[in-house]
Design a protein around this ligand. Structure first.
Ligand code: SPV
Ligand code: MG
Length: 553
């Protein structure tokens, strides 16, 4: 919890006008502080409204207390709790003071309505005031109960609201001040300041006065100050603003104007900032057991090339069983072993067959006529780095993931150098391979120790000259936060404006991951790799499948 910056009493001691604003929950309290107000008013009107009940003593003391406590925890400025009638008689008020003070609340306000109170602005409702002496005793009880000398008790009279006249208002204000109140709120529902000005003209106590300009909101602060008010509370404007904004947004969403709505509402990052995501990240890094991992993974498993015939009649390749475990289960195990728990799968062909738990799903229902890039695009809205992207048909040693996670770079591919031996021999691949040309390849035919930061990739694609290629992309890559942002931006830009063939693909819709990677290289993005030597397999053909059964445990 942030430490408090000051107290209401100290602010009052400066002699300056204290400007408070109403909040209805912890987040709005945080916004009140962010806007530069001196104090938060935990508004009974607002707290009731967010529970969709009238401001009529429906909320209990505990509910009000918990809401005020949440505001205290979310802010560093003083919180003034609107305690309505004090939740009972003078004895109850003593407990109210102790509870709110213990919760870190800086001040409470108690009003001379009888329980159950009615909001000052409701018309056509029963309105009664407690006897002046009884409320004065509540004020005295509140002052007797406070533990810290800093705690502030504001006494509020509703005499003007109830229509009992200016003399009664002034008389009550004096009685409450004499009972020890630290400040007096004389509430008014008049549209202008005239009524109040006449009352406060007769104010003959040193006790500061509080204004709640809900109906006389047009009165400039200077006029309120000149009239003798030292605390000004804008009690409910943020709540009303929220209702207007939510209605507008909801109408837009309902009408299908989703993009227009998106442009008008707070970006997700702003909410992350308000709720303290930065602290969460820092504390995770500092206090959680090592081994946790903030990377997520996206498995691209939408397509089906029909090469496995009957084997994939009712399921996509990633759900092929190999000795009691599907390809996807094996992938999840390898990812989990490296701390990656947030795993998404882009489904398409036979999507209902992917029924593993704890996965997030995206659907590329146009899988038959689109490529991997389109599948990635389906997940793009949530694509936040660091994220691993992998094909749904690769099985790999879990240590590859560990090395990838540690690799520096914004776009890092896993490149198998075994191809150096294969492409130069008489090996003829059954299927086109994702070949790469990198800088500084290990020399062919020799042992090598891969370095942590691998070389840059110059070219990637299926149509590269095998004689020039010096590695094979195994279908696993990692994007850093920046890398993921670049991918999302490029995908959006291409989708909006690209026409015709794209890299090796006949059209953007058909593009594969390697086409995107080549595009990034062409645009000057740094694409690097980590070197591996075998340690993985893909299930493309019957032969691959047979080999997997023979070799995997
Ligand atoms: C509240 O915010 O709950 C108040 C101030 O008591 S007002 O609603 O203006 O009466
Ligand atoms: Mg109230």
């Amino acid at each position: 919890m942030p430490s408090r910056s000051t107290t209401l009493r100290r602010l009052l001691a400066t002699g300056k006008t204290v400007l408070a604003c109403g909040a209805h929950d912890a987040l709005s309290a945080r916004l009140v502080e962010e806007a530069g107000f001196d104090a938060v008013w935990a508004s009974g009107f607002g707290l009731s409204a967010v529970r969709a009940v009238p401001d009529a003593s429906i909320l209990t003391k505990s509910e009000t207390l918990e809401a005020a406590r949440a505001m205290v925890e979310a802010t560093t400025i003083p919180v003034i709790a609107d305690c309505d009638t004090g939740f009972g008689n003078a004895i109850n008020v003593m407990h109210t003071v102790q509870d709110f003070e213990a919760a870190g609340v800086d001040a409470i306000c108690i009003e001379d309505n009888v329980f159950p109170k009615r909001c000052s602005f409701y018309t056509g409702v029963r309105r009664e005031l407690a006897p002046k002496e009884e409320h004065a005793r509540k004020v005295a009880a509140a002052k007797a109960a406070q533990r810290s000398a800093e705690f502030v008790v504001i006494a509020r009279t509703e005499a003007l609201i109830a229509g009992w006249g200016k003399e009664e208002a002034l008389d009550r204000a004096r009685a409450y001040a004499d009972a020890g109140a630290d400040a007096i709120l004389i509430h008014s529902s008049h549209p202008g300041l005239e009524e109040l000005r006449e009352v406060v003209a007769g104010w003959d106590r040193p006790t500061p006065l509080v204004a709640v300009p809900t109906t006389y909101v047009g009165t400039p602060l200077a006029d309120l100050r000149a009239a003798g008010f030292q605390i000004v509370i804008y009690a409910n404007q943020p709540l009303r603003a929220a209702v207007t904004a939510m209605r507008e947004t909801l109408a837009g969403l309902k009408a299908g104007e989703t993009t227009a709505v998106e442009g008008k509402i707070a970006p997700l990052e702003e909410i992350y900032g308000l709720v303290g995501l930065g602290d969460l990240r820092a504390n995770e890094a500092r206090f959680l057991m090592p081994g946790g991992c903030d990377a997520s993974a996206v498995v691209l498993a939408a397509g089906d090339d029909g090469l496995l015939g009957e084997l994939t009649r009712d399921r996509p390749k990633c759900m092929l069983d190999i000795k009691g475990k599907s390809v996807l289960e094996r992938q999840i195990e390898a990812l989990n072993a490296n701390g990656i728990k947030d795993i998404s799968v882009v489904r398409g062909y036979a999507k209902q067959a992917i029924d593993l738990p704890r996965l997030r799903f995206y659907d590329n229902d146009r899988y038959a006529e689109t490529g991997e890039l389109s599948s990635l695009g389906v997940a793009a809205n949530d694509l936040e780095g660091p994220v691993l992207c992998l094909y749904g048909d690769v099985i790999f040693d879990e240590s590859i993931v560990g090395r990838l996670l540690r690799a520096p770079g914004d776009v890092v591919l896993v490149v198998d150098r075994a191809v150096l031996d294969l492409v130069r021999g008489d090996h003829v691949p059954e299927r086109p391979q994702d070949l790469v040309v990198t800088e500084e390849p290990p020399s062919s035919g020799h042992r090598f120790v891969p370095s942590a930061s691998g070389p840059r990739v110059r070219q990637i694609g299926q149509r590269l000259d095998p004689a020039k290629a010096n590695g094979e992309f195994i279908g696993i890559l990692m994007l850093s936060e920046r890398g993921a942002r670049s991918v999302v931006e490029i995908c959006r830009e291409l989708e909006a404006s690209h026409r015709g063939p794209f890299q090796e693909a006949p059209a953007l819709a058909r593009a594969s991951l390697t086409d995107l990677l080549q595009e990034m290289i062409d645009r000057g993005h740094e694409v690097s790799c980590i070197d591996v030597y075998k340690g993985w397999m893909e299930i493309d053909t019957f032969d691959d499948y047979r080999r997997a059964w023979a070799e995997l445990r």
